[in-house]
Design a protein around this ligand. Structure first.
Ligand code: DAH
Length: 344
């Protein structure tokens, strides 16, 4: 092959490359052209293979022509690539503008659980009466959960409050009452505290039971505290949480850590005491246990019962929430169904 015909061939390759590059509309299309012409098996490589037919003295010249052809194509390809990229960028900028007038996505706000609403209200009432809020551990020594509350190893009350044992000495607390002993032991007197928290019992789940629920403990210790203080305080609490018309009734009861002990009922706020489905025809609804702190409990916690007296009470938080919001199945409180929770 003569260098003249080589030159012609090269020119035609360059011309056709220029033409197809001019038409290319995307970087991909350009790349195809690169492979077809400059690639390992491309048209320029084919020309190089024809070198063996060129007279040896012409070879450097032809080589130079091939290089020039490649340079021209590559140079033009770079220009076109830049142009295509620029056009694509402009197109994106034009179509992807942000419409600042579109309505924003609504952030979904959380919602307080009925238990939490009831707890906050209860805390507000007692804080208003000068009480402190104290927390105790959920995993508790058997000694605090039972022994220091006057419930020795073989006391029947221990049976009623069967729980989950971590080992022989450590339990999941069955009541918030152990916080009483913990606070009294610190020896800072007088005491006015409430202690809310989770408690556990090995109960089956039903409409009124759950293996895990919440209580609020209350404790007042000072000189000259009497049963009148207990009654006055709890009556005031009942009126604030269930409404000013609420009446209260104290029934004698037994708790190992208080003497005397009582349960407090409130007049049914649904029927006002006449008797209805809500209070099961009784006119009264039981809401808490209470009593005067047992002298033996004082002694075990290092307080002199001849100098100090006190009262204590324990309220079931779920019970308050169920009554306040007229919910008839405790399980609803634990299912976390938004359709239920959003009603409160
Ligand atoms: N801890 C008792 C229970 O779980 C409730 C209770 C009753 C607490 C009387 C008290 C109290 O502080 O004085 O059944």
């Amino acid at each position: 092959m003569s260098d003249g015909s080589m030159k012609e061939r090269l020119n035609s390759i360059v011309a056709s490359a220029m033409e197809s590059m001019q038409k290319a509309a995307s970087p991909d299309a350009l790349n195809e052209i690169r492979v077809r012409i400059l690639g390992k098996k491309g048209e320029l490589k084919e020309v190089m293979k024809g070198m063996k037919d060129v007279a040896p003295e012409d070879r450097p010249k032809v080589g130079q022509l091939v290089n020039e052809a490649r340079d021209r194509i590559e140079e033009r390809m770079a220009e076109i690539k830049e142009k295509i990229e620029q056009e694509q960028l402009e197109m994106r900028l034009a179509t992807e503008t942000i419409d600042v007038t579109l309505p924003a996505k609504k952030a979904v706000l959380g919602h307080r659980h009925p238990n939490q609403i009831a707890l906050e209200e209860l805390e507000r009432i007692f804080i208003g009466m000068g009480y402190e809020v104290v927390e105790g551990p959920e995993v508790e020594y058997d000694e605090y959960n039972f022994t220091k509350l006057n419930i020795p190893a073989n006391h029947p009350a221990k049976d009623e409050q069967d729980t989950f044992y971590i080992n022989k000495e450590i339990v999941l607390r069955t009541q918030t009452s152990p916080t009483q002993a913990r606070v009294m032991e610190q020896g800072k007197l007088p005491i006015r505290m409430i202690s809310p928290g989770r408690v556990f019992r090995s109960d089956e789940v039903d409409a009124t039971h759950s293996p895990s629920f919440h209580q609020i403990e209350g404790l007042v210790v000072d000189k000259n505290i009497t049963l009148a203080d207990l009654k006055g305080t709890l009556e005031q609490f009942a009126k604030e949480i269930f409404g000013p018309e609420t009446k209260t009734k104290f029934r004698p009861h037994h708790f190992p850590f208080t003497e005397p002990s009582a349960e407090m009922d409130v007049s049914c706020f649904k029927c006002g005491g006449k008797g209805c489905r809500f209070c099961k025809g009784e006119g009264w609804i039981e809401i808490l246990g209470c009593g005067m702190v047992h002298p033996h409990v004082f002694e075990m916690c290092g307080i002199d019962p001849n100098e100090y007296t006190g009262f204590a009470f324990g309220v079931g938080l779920e019970r308050i929430a169920l009554l306040k919001y007229e919910i008839d199945d405790m399980r609803l409180l634990y299912e976390n169904d938004q359709r239920f929770l959003n009603q409160f």
